[in-house]
Design a protein around this ligand. Structure first.
Ligand SMILES: C[S@@+](CC[C@H](N)C(=O)[O-])C[C@H]1O[C@@H](n2cnc3c(N)ncnc32)[C@H](O)[C@@H]1O
Length: 288
């Protein structure tokens, strides 16, 4: 018995059947793709670019949930982590509704970051959090890591801070859309200045280049009598010693001598390049 083909495999077969590409380029077709709402994002091999629009059209035809196909043309850069994508086929308006973990995320899939590779981390945040927590998401974007916590823990209060007005607009919309106005407060601005103090028992820092003022703001935001947990993300080589831990310990020594790191766990979220991983470190801080 032959296994049923997925729509993605059927699209590849159509490219072969329609002789869209010379035979020797078929093996260069993407093996994976990512979907954000109704937008499909592919990584095309440079040798396939000559046929990019036609390839995009075929994927659009065979993947019925899509309205737009796009491909990656550069790296995600600058403070606001704007990705570099180009539309291949379909609608130009890439504002879409993505549904995951019982949450509705409105997002502009081509102008803001939403990593499918962070799905397990979004799930883990929901599992780790308990009811009645006070959580700060210092790099909230459209609510990627913190909206699901609010949806699954109705008595938890969350504050999300976002510097990019365009992402902030979607964060506010998503708070409304998921019925979280009594639970989730969004703050527009730089988390170095806007993070509330002495409030949180859990702080999420979903960003690759966390600096010392941001670690200071995170430590100041914890309940100073009790401490709490900081989830600090970053990138590092698999053999590299942890810079993040050293930085955090320096800030504690200099400005928060009441805190002790009671435990530290590292979790690899995904590989982003050969030998380079996106990790998250969970620091549990206590006062005695
Ligand atoms: C890479 S996205 C990550 C979103 C989410 N935390 C995740 O891990 O999926 C980082 C977000 O942090 C925001 N950001 C960067 N620097 C910031 C700052 N100083 N204060 C507040 N937000 C900031 C960016 O605009 C972007 O939306």
């Amino acid at each position: 018995m032959t296994a049923r083909r997925t729509p993605f495999q059927k699209a590849k077969q159509a490219i072969i059947d329609q002789k869209l590409l010379p035979q020797e380029y078929i093996s260069l077709l993407p093996r994976r793709w990512k979907r954000v709402g109704q937008v499909g994002i592919f990584e095309l091999h440079p040798q396939l670019l000559e046929w990019k629009e036609k390839i995009g059209e075929i994927y659009l035809t065979y993947l019925p949930e899509l309205r737009t196909t796009a491909h990656k043309v550069g790296i995600t850069s600058n403070t606001t982590r704007q990705p570099s994508y180009e539309i291949l086929a379909g609608e130009r308006n890439t504002v879409t509704l993505h549904k995951e973990l019982g949450c509705k995320f409105w997002i502009d899939a081509l102008k803001l970051t939403y990593s499918n590779g962070n799905h397990a981390e979004r799930q883990r945040m929901v599992r780790m959090s308990t009811d009645d927590e006070q959580i700060i998401d210092m790099f909230a974007c459209v609510g990627n890591l913190s909206l699901p916590i609010a949806v699954h823990h109705a008595s938890t209060q969350i504050i999300g801070i976002e510097i990019n007005p365009y992402a902030f607009k979607f964060l506010e919309k998503n708070i409304q859309e998921n019925g979280l106005t009594n639970q989730y407060q969004a703050i527009l601005g730089d988390n170095r200045k806007k993070t509330p103090q002495n409030w949180a028992n859990r702080v999420i820092m979903g960003y690759f280049t966390i600096d010392k003022p941001q670690l200071t703001a995170a430590l100041a935001s914890l309940q100073q009598q009790d401490g709490g947990t900081i989830h600090a993300h970053g990138l590092e080589g698999s053999n590299q010693a942890s810079e993040m831990q050293g930085k955090l310990e320096t800030v504690i020594e200099e400005s928060f001598p009441q805190f002790k790191v009671k435990s530290m766990q590292t979790r690899i979220i995904k590989s982003v390049a050969p030998g380079v991983n996106h990790f998250v470190k969970d620091f549990e801080l206590k006062t005695s």
